[in-house]
Design a binder for this molecule. Structure first.
Ligand SMILES: *Cc1c(COP(=O)(O)O)cnc(C)c1O
Length: 421
């Protein structure tokens, strides 16, 4: 039996209707931006394997550090014990984050990083004995697939079967020049009932790489701070250089209380989630009263191998060449966006840092289930490019080591697709 046939017998794939799914490509190895399939075909990983890979696949520095860590300490319980990779990662990560972040809480992925952030905020209010339970989030937000993370995500086909069990959230529109005053009045009106405001800073990933201005987010955060509302920056997708800066929130004047990180954290090597906070948050849990403890943890909290991968990924991120690559990709995307601007088949083209998104005209209401999605997906796959359009929204979000030649090949293939589809 082939790998694909064996897969079909035993595997249930994520985000996949398992009745007649598109074929699953068997990948045997990967190097840099390339995935190599069992049949010898080579693919450019234009979506960084679900947005996680930032330095290219099978990076020798990360591989070496992970192997070394595996031979030294593969895992240890993180309650009552500690270890060098977890402490060092926190020591190196905190000063990179914009603002006054002082503590790291480890978990396993983006969704758990969000769950931890929400629990910190809600318990902050019970600990300080002023029960606030409302949460503000963007209508189009995506914060993960666990129940708390789903609750603060926009209601969509992803959440439909569970909507009845998701907790209520005050959803607001993405801010713009026209509605910013109205959004601020809404926050002022809710004021001291609100525990926290969670947001994806400047780029909303899963809902279609939607983008909005830092200046408006700054105003919303300022408005929240006026009422003591805690703010959570979900940088799970935008972190580690994706938007052109190390963190998207560097573009803000105001500083969030909490950051959620994952995806690029380990360079896309190992699952790891991080929730960081400032002393204002942390101190609210310090007490003689045991009930004020944050009773949360996962079996693999601060797994040393994952922390070692994150440390190795940070080494590479901080090399001057990496920033130059990020700048090179950003400028290249900008030039291409200018070139295809106004194309009749494209409704909208937007770009921030290494993310370029193109919204295809469909003639009908656009949605995730649009038939164009599979057509585009297969068109690029056949031409050796892995894209994963979000409905009619095609986007590129490559590892930072992608060459100019490979970028150019992707652009040329997009131009050809605009003729062919
Ligand atoms: C992907 C994503 C998550 C969820 O992360 P997982 O590791 O897939 O659980 C949360 N927030 C944002 C902004 C994301 O893009």
């Amino acid at each position: 039996m082939s790998l694909a046939e064996r897969d079909e017998k035993v595997i249930w794939h994520p985000y996949t209707q398992m009745k007649d799914p598109l074929p699953h490509v068997p990948v045997v190895r990967a190097q840099g931006v390339y995935l190599f399939a069992e049949d010898g075909k080579k693919y450019i990983d234009a979506v960084s394997s679900w947005w996680v890979n930032i330095h290219g696949h099978a990076h020798p520095h990360i591989a070496e550090k992970v192997a070394e860590q595996l031979r030294t300490l593969e895992h240890v319980i993180f309650a009552g014990f500690t270890h060098e990779p977890a402490v060092q990662l926190a020591e190196r990560l905190l000063p990179l984050l914009p603002g006054d972040q002082t503590k790291v809480f480890y978990s396993d992925n983006g969704s758990t990083a969000v769950e931890v952030a929400l629990k910190m905020c809600l318990q902050y209010w019970t600990n300080t004995s002023k029960a606030r339970t409302k949460i503000i989030a963007f209508k189009e937000a995506y914060h993960g697939d666990t129940f708390g993370a789903m609750s603060v995500s926009g209601r969509s086909i992803f959440t439909d079967p569970f909507n009845a069990l998701l907790f209520d959230v005050e959803f607001i529109d993405l801010p713009n020049a026209g509605n910013i005053e109205q959004l601020k009045s809404r926050i002022n009106y809710l004021s001291n009932e609100v525990a926290c405001f969670i947001f994806e800073p400047m780029v909303l990933g899963a809902s279609g790489m939607l983008m909005y201005d830092a200046a408006y987010l700054d105003q919303l955060i300022e408005c929240c701070q006026k009422h003591g509302i805690l703010t959570i920056a979900d940088e799970v997708m935008t972190g580690f250089g994706r938007t052109g800066k190390y963190f998207s929130c560097e573009a803000l004047q105001n500083r969030p209380d909490i950051f959620c990180l994952s995806k690029g954290l380990t360079g896309g090597t190992m699952p790891l989630g991080v929730t960081t906070c400032n002393n204002k948050m942390f101190n609210a849990f310090l007490s003689e009263d045991k009930l004020k403890t944050l009773y949360h943890g996962h079996s693999f909290t601060a797994n040393p191998v994952a922390c070692a991968a994150a440390l190795a990924s940070l080494d590479i991120l901080l090399e001057p060449d990496t920033l130059l690559n990020i700048k090179r990709i950003s400028e290249s995307h900008q030039a291409f966006a200018a070139k295809i601007g106004g194309h009749p088949k494209l409704k909208n083209i937007r770009q921030r840092g290494t993310i370029l998104a193109m919204e295809w005209e469909t003639g009908t209401d656009t949605c995730y289930l649009n038939g164009l999605r599979n057509q585009l997906y297969l068109y690029f796959l056949e031409r050796g490019i892995v894209m994963r359009p979000l409905g009619n929204i095609l986007y590129i979000l490559p590892p930072y080591v992608i060459s100019n030649e490979d970028l150019e090949y992707i652009y040329q293939t997009i131009l050809q697709a605009l003729k062919d589809i």
